[in-house]
Design a protein around this ligand. Structure first.
Ligand SMILES: *[C@@H]1O[C@H](CO)[C@@H](O)[C@H](O)[C@H]1NC(C)=O
Ligand SMILES: *[C@@H]1O[C@H](CO)[C@@H](O)[C@H](O)[C@H]1NC(C)=O
Ligand SMILES: *[C@@H]1O[C@H](CO)[C@@H](O)[C@H](O)[C@H]1NC(C)=O
Ligand SMILES: *[C@@H]1O[C@H](CO)[C@@H](O)[C@H](O)[C@H]1NC(C)=O
Length: 373
């Protein structure tokens, strides 16, 4: 090779590295901060004063992957675990676990039972506002240890992933008639979306720009909801409310994109994906779509998995991979992996307007697809 060609090669490599967005370059890590409820809690609730209903750090939770159980509400891994893997990050550390003190790859603040409203299961969980305060505490630590410039970079490159809303509605599901009384549906959903907006704005003020959130799942037909209803039917009012929430969520995100400088987001349509799997489990590799692997009563919907909660009796299926629902409120690991794949690089009919891969890799690498390198 001639000297001129060699120089050209060096120059070309240099530009390619710059354009790749440095997904794996030291100092340009894209961190992942996780917020929300039991769908994303990796075990924070092991370290708070709550009850076993809001904890899952006992057998048979974790049987497919973690030994001993970590506190995840699943037989195995949950969505943030797979997202971290796809983003080439280590497992995102559980914020409240005293063994963890290194958070430059991100932190998981999620807490089972948390709603968007402080009132949802108050006293048993770490609400979303407190989770945001924890991010503020971390920001202070980063500023001390990394300095302002690196901290600003870390916070603006990072992706902020949310699973929330379910508990604001599930906590009312056992009421009769107007389940949100004294609020109308519009008033209550307005408060929920209003408080979520406050949290998004709080993160944006700290420099956060990239947000991921999923629509609320069709809880109306959850095993735990049906088991408590006369006739074991789905809760039609809950379905109407959740559809309203999901519409208001999309609308609000479009507004925020216009209002907040640099705000980018990814909405994963969990609601549709769950419905499809419950209606047609075999298409997605499940044998059973409507009943829990671990629990008791109709549809395995009595929330007794593990025998440490109010009701001690429970049964466990032979193969957790065959049941879309692991316990009466949470899907199994296979479903979480399927969701994570769609969230990561799904098409815009599932994850929009950006998917997480695009948010993590940033503009540079997008212009020059990684596959083309
Ligand atoms: C934990 O909560 C229970 C019931 O709410 C309370 O009686 C107890 O004092 C609390 N324990 C601690 C250590 O805060
Ligand atoms: C947030 O929720 C509280 C109830 O916890 C409510 O009083 C308040 O109006 C809500 N905020 C917004 C902006 O909707
Ligand atoms: C459990 O079920 C899955 C999905 O049907 C299947 O692939 C796997 O082989 C089963 N495992 C055992 C131990 O039977
Ligand atoms: C999205 O589009 C893909 C391919 O066009 C299709 O396979 C998939 O079923 C669609 N998903 C939904 C939820 O419509």
């Amino acid at each position: 090779m001639s000297v001129a060609n060699f120089h050209l090669l060096v120059l070309a490599s240099y530009y390619i590295l710059m354009l790749r967005g440095c997904l794996s370059c030291e100092g340009h890590l894209v961190a992942l901060f996780v917020f929300g409820d039991s769908n994303y809690d990796p075990g924070n609730n092991n370290y708070i004063n709550t009850t076993a209903g809001f904890q899952a750090n006992f057998w048979p939770y974790g049987i497919s992957y973690f030994n001993p159980p970590t506190g995840r509400f699943s037989d195995g891994r949950i969505i943030p675990d797979f997202i971290a893997e796809y983003a080439k990050l280590p497992l995102i550390p559980t914020y409240l676990d005293p063994k963890n003190n290194e958070f430059v790859y991100g932190a998981n603040f999620a807490s089972a039972g948390a709603g968007i409203l402080v009132e949802s299961y108050a006293g048993y969980t770490i609400d979303l506002k407190t989770q945001l305060e924890y991010l503020g505490d971390l920001e202070k630590q980063f500023r001390q240890s990394l300095g302002d410039e690196k901290t600003d970079q870390l916070l603006s490159d990072a992706v902020y992933l949310f699973s929330c809303g379910s508990n604001d509605y599930l906590s009312h599901a056992d009421n009769n008639d107007n389940i949100l009384y004294p609020y109308t549906h519009e008033q209550y959903v307005g408060m929920v979306i209003g408080n979520l907006t406050d949290v998004f704005k709080g993160i944006h003020e700290k420099g956060g720009r990239k947000f991921g959130i999923s629509t609320v799942a069709p809880l109306a037909c959850w095993p735990s909801v049906r088991a408590h209803r006369p006739g074991k039917t789905c809760n039609d009012e809950l379905e109407i409310i959740i559809n309203l929430h999901n519409q208001q969520l999309s609308k609000k995100l479009k507004e925020l994109e216009k209002q907040l400088e640099g705000f980018k987001y990814s909405v994963f349509d969990l609601n549709t994906e769950v419905s499809n799997r419950m209606k047609n489990p075999s298409k997605y590799g499940f044998k059973i779509g409507d009943s829990a692997c671990c629990g008791t009563g109709p549809y395995g919907g009595i929330y007794s998995c593990g025998g440490k909660r109010r009701i001690k009796e429970f049964h466990l299926c032979d193969n957790a991979s065959e049941y879309f629902f692991f316990d009466s409120n949470h899907n199994n690991e296979v479903a979480s992996r399927q969701y994570a794949e769609l969230y990561w690089n799904g098409e815009s009919n599932v994850t929009a307007p950006y998917n997480l891969k695009t948010l993590f890799e940033g503009e540079g690498s997008l212009a020059l697809g990684r596959e083309e390198l």
